[in-house]
Structure formats: C-alpha cells, structure tokens
Ligand binder design. Structure first.
Ligand SMILES: Cc1cc2nc3c(=O)[nH]c(=O)nc-3n(C[C@H](O)[C@H](O)[C@H](O)COP(=O)(O)OP(=O)(O)OC[C@H]3O[C@@H](n4cnc5c(N)ncnc54)[C@H](O)[C@@H]3O)c2cc1C
Length: 282
C-alpha cells in the first residue's frame, strides 16, 4: 500500500503477469514501476467458512482448478477455470488479475457474478466491499480508486435446489471467448423458478451483461422449453459489441448467444433437479 501511494499512476500492480506483460510488450502501457503481489503470502488462499467461500486475490487459477472444495461445492467456478487458457497460463494467472484486467471476454467474472460474488477491496482509507457486478466501468476499467487493490473474492454457497452451468465458445481451446454464458437457477419445491441469474460475456458489450429482464421472465414459472427459449432471446437482445471485434460479428454473437443461454439454462435446470425436455437439436 505504501509503494502504491508513493508511486501512484507511475506504478502498476503485477500478479501472474499473463495480461500485464502482454500489454507491456505490445506497448499499450509503459509503467515506470511494477509492484508485485506474488510474495504476499496472505493474499493466496481458498477458505471455506460455513456457507461462505473466501478466495485470496493472488490465488492462481491452477490452485482453483485443483481445489476439492471448489470442484465439489462451487462447480460453476471449476467449470469456468477449466475453460480458461492452458495449464501453463493457469499456473501463473490469478483470479484477481482475471477480474482486475476488466476485459469483457474474461471467463471467471461471468461465473462469479452468476454466483453473486462480492469483492473485498483494500486501500489507503481501509477496506470496502462491492458486488462484483458493480465493479466494471468499461473495457479495461474498474471502480478501483488510485492506491486500492483487490484483496479477496467472497462467494456464498448456492442454496438447495440450485443448478449452475458455464458454456464458452472460442476459436481455439486456449483463446478468449467469442461468447461465454454463466447461469445459476434455484427452484421452489413445486419446481417453479425461485431465482435466476443469467450472465453473458465475450465482448458482447464494454462489460459483461447480466440480463435482469430475461431472469424476470422465468421467476415463479415452470421452466418449460418455450419459456427458456424466450428468456434466451431476451437475454441476447441489444448487445453492443464492436462491429470490429476480431473474434466474431455482433450478429454472430447474438445468434450463438441465444443457443448457449438456452443450453445453459436447461443444463442448470437439470442439475437443480427440475424436469428437462431434452432436445439435442437445440
Ligand atoms: C495465451 C493466453 C491465453 C489466455 N486465455 C484466457 C482465457 O481463455 N480466458 C480468460 O479469461 N483469460 C485468458 N487469458 C488472460 C489472462 O491469463 C487472465 O486474465 C489472468 O487471470 C490474468 O491474471 P494475472 O495474475 O496474470 O494478471 P496480471 O497480468 O498480473 O494483471 C492483470 C491486471 O490486473 C491488475 N491486477 C492484478 N491483480 C490485482 C489485484 N489484486 N488488485 C488490483 N489490480 C490487480 C494488474 O495491475 C493488471 O492491470 C489468457 C492469456 C494468455 C497470455
């Protein structure tokens, strides 16, 4: 914290460096000082306390991938991590870097927003918390103030009768997403939808998108295939992707988004114990 306040704008934090060093080599940024977080051992942990999971910001993606707690009880994080980059990248890359780099095609933020994650941020004036959903301010922009850093990610265990799904479409296995979708649903006793969170990433806008309108459509209703299809259409309307996006056109992203959201909702429904009409064609 002292170094951050001493060097201000002239310094950049570095964790695994898998985003930062690429930007430096491409001369997109040229910081005078790098402040490494990787030897601060207190920033790297995966701790479960009751129904709450706490992940230190410099925990590597490989550590997340290998965690039994995450595999067993937070399958959505596990699925998103396994879709991210290569083992070599995951050995270096951190969860904090994936969030703070703030690219709209990153894989962990949609999964974490679907799980209603909260961030613990530390700065010169102490600690504050913020829902991850409110953290992004645009492409490569966050709501961190000068001198602040991300310390911890807090995730609550999904309630009973919940199901989750993460689906990513990318050009190659290790590439950033063309579109990625994370959903979490919770059912009532009578199989109607109690809660739904639908989050879409992959550069479909300057930040990821949470489709509250599509979620509202599902609330209190049985998630039959027609309704799920309608929700997927609503969720994928009004994307504001750049027409110059190198990975796919806005039209393609919307089209494929509809298919992925529908598939993700049906997969989550199945995991929540709901009845799913299987239709492989869709
Ligand atoms: C070949 C390759 C493939 C990749 N594939 C994928 C992919 O499939 N999906 C995907 O999502 N990403 C992918 N990435 C991007 C990258 O690996 C991830 O975003 C990674 O998680 C970044 O973490 P890091 O620790 O390396 O961050 P760094 O590069 O160290 O930092 C990234 C940014 O976050 C800031 N920062 C880091 N930690 C903190 C903190 N605790 N508090 C405040 N600011 C912080 C840094 O200052 C910097 O601006 C890929 C990268 C490469 C090179």
């Amino acid at each position: 914290m002292a170094l951050l306040s001493r060097y201000g704008d002239k310094a950049k934090l570095i964790a695994g460096g898998t985003d930062l060093l690429v930007d430096m080599k491409n001369e997109k940024i040229n910081p005078q000082y790098l402040i490494s977080l990787m030897k601060i051992t207190g920033l790297s942990y995966i701790a479960e306390e009751g129904d709450v999971l706490r992940i230190g910001a410099t925990t590597t993606l490989r550590e997340l991938e290998e965690s039994q707690i995450i595999e067993k009880r937070y399958g959505l994080i596990s699925k998103a991590v396994k879709c991210l980059g290569t083992v070599q990248i995951r050995n270096m890359a951190t969860i904090g870097g994936n969030i703070c780099n703030a690219v709209p095609s990153a894989d962990l933020p949609p999964a974490l927003v679907a799980l209603n994650a909260t961030l613990k941020i530390v700065g010169p004036n102490g600690e504050r918390t913020m829902p991850l959903e409110d953290f992004f301010a645009g492409v490569k922009k966050t709501k961190l103030s000068v001198g602040e850093l991300l310390k911890e990610i807090i995730v609550e265990r999904p309630p009973a009768r919940s199901g989750t799904a993460f689906i990513k479409l990318s050009r190659t296995a290790e590439d950033l997403a063309i579109v990625n979708v994370a959903v979490r649903i919770t059912l009532n006793e009578d199989d109607t939808c109690r809660e739904a969170r639908i989050v879409i990433g992959g550069g479909v806008g300057p930040t990821l998108i949470r489709s509250r309108e599509a979620e509202k459509l599902l609330l209190g209703k049985k998630m039959e295939e027609e309704l799920v299809k309608r929700a997927a259409e609503v969720a994928c309307t009004g994307f504001s992707c750049r027409p110059t996006s190198i990975r796919a056109s806005p039209e393609y992203k919307a089209e494929v988004g509809r298919v992925l959201v529908k598939r993700a909702l049906l997969e989550a429904l199945k995991k929540a114990g709901g009845v799913v009409e299987d239709d492989e064609r869709n």
